[in-house]
Design a binder for this molecule. Sequence first.
Ligand SMILES: NC(=O)C1=CN([C@@H]2O[C@H](COP(=O)(O)OP(=O)(O)OC[C@H]3O[C@@H](n4cnc5c(N)ncnc54)[C@H](OP(=O)(O)O)[C@@H]3O)[C@@H](O)[C@H]2O)C=CC1
Ligand SMILES: C[C@H]1O[C@H](OP(=O)(O)OP(=O)(O)OC[C@H]2O[C@@H](n3cnc4c(=O)[nH]c(N)nc43)[C@H](O)[C@@H]2O)[C@@H](O)[C@@H](O)C1=O
Length: 353
Amino acid sequence: MDRQAPAARLESRVMTTATPRSRWSPGPIDPSAAVYVAGHRGLAGSALVRALRRRGITDILGRTSRELDLRDRHSVFEFFAHNTPDVVILAAARVGGIAANNTWPVDFLSENLRIQVNVLDAAAAHGVERVLFLGSSCIYPKFAPQPIREDALLTGALEPTNDAYAVAKIAGITQVQATRRQYGLPWISAMPTNLYGPNDNFAGETSHLLPAMIRRYESARREAAPSVTNWGSGTPRRELLHVDDMAEACLYLLENHDDPRQVNIGTGVDHSIAEIAEIVAVAVGYDGTVDWDTTKPDGTPRKLLDVSTIHNLGWRPTISLERGVAEVVEWYRAAHHPEMDAFSEIGAGDVRI
Ligand SMILES: NC(=O)C1=CN([C@@H]2O[C@H](COP(=O)(O)OP(=O)(O)OC[C@H]3O[C@@H](n4cnc5c(N)ncnc54)[C@H](OP(=O)(O)O)[C@@H]3O)[C@@H](O)[C@H]2O)C=CC1
Ligand SMILES: C[C@H]1O[C@H](OP(=O)(O)OP(=O)(O)OC[C@H]2O[C@@H](n3cnc4c(=O)[nH]c(N)nc43)[C@H](O)[C@@H]2O)[C@@H](O)[C@@H](O)C1=O
């Protein structure tokens, strides 16, 4: 006799029943759909929740990592068995800026592989029709031709500061494609460029470029410091997308797109790090001088995405970098009081609102 609980039985294989046939067709997400946003408190996940609410979707499932550790396969399968989501958006991941990726590569590889495999296996086991997997532009080769087209994937060596994270993300894209092939489920993957917005990680050392700079420049302004020191040479280029634009793009893809190849999401415009620093200085109102710490890594020299696929599908971003950065500075000032400046020691999760 099979003494295992149903969730445990499902855990041992990806799919229990015969291949499901997809019933999906393009159109708005059903307002009564149960949508699970894995990572709903994060930068991307919280923007996805806002975008879903703007569409009138109310049955949004979210669990913090304390409530549901997605590295724990059994818990993930139990969650799916009890909640049976109709749509899954996988925005939970171990995420960090260049220093975090460079310092803890095996954590970024191992944790992300486990999170992805568990969530995607559980979604397949329950026959979830619509799944969107979020990767990142770091999946592409370090010296890919610019702007980077989707077909540049796996054509060259990765940027060493984030190769472990990138390999985990490439595995996620492959799992989506393999699930489509094996089970006929219309799952998709999206690859956003560097993101910024409210609910970002402003911890400093582990942050991405933009939140790190907003924190640094705001602190320098408050303290009337004569100069700030940014990382690297200032010459690499980055394409920055407001996370609310990213969320709209993801929902647009979920409503309109069904194809195995990952889709780039970006603005199609990039700036040097020095130019981005100047935009932050203006938004914050800091007029001191800038030094560059070249002992810190530059990372990939350029990773401008070719966004013609999503443009041709009919989606374009709406938030300019200057406006977006100014809004995030306001958000940061409202969310973080000066006495909370020690929050890097507390951990980014604890300062989210
Ligand atoms: N930030 C960026 O610039 C970019 C991000 N992306 C992609 O977007 C996705 C989300 O990134 P972003 O929003 O920036 O990251 P954040 O760090 O802001 O959020 C990550 C979320 O994942 C959750 N999480 C992490 N580990 C676990 C776990 N073990 N179990 C359950 N939940 C977990 C966290 O939950 P909790 O808060 O409860 O701890 C958090 O809400 C990632 O896939 C990333 O690759 C893509 C391109 C650029
Ligand atoms: C989204 C993407 O994010 C990461 O890749 P990245 O784009 O290299 O990351 P970043 O945002 O941290 O840095 C961008 C650039 O900015 C320069 N820089 C200046 N001053 C600061 C600074 O204060 N902090 C940081 N972090 N960078 C700084 C820094 O020297 C570098 O040249 C990966 O995690 C990757 O896995 C990934 O997916």
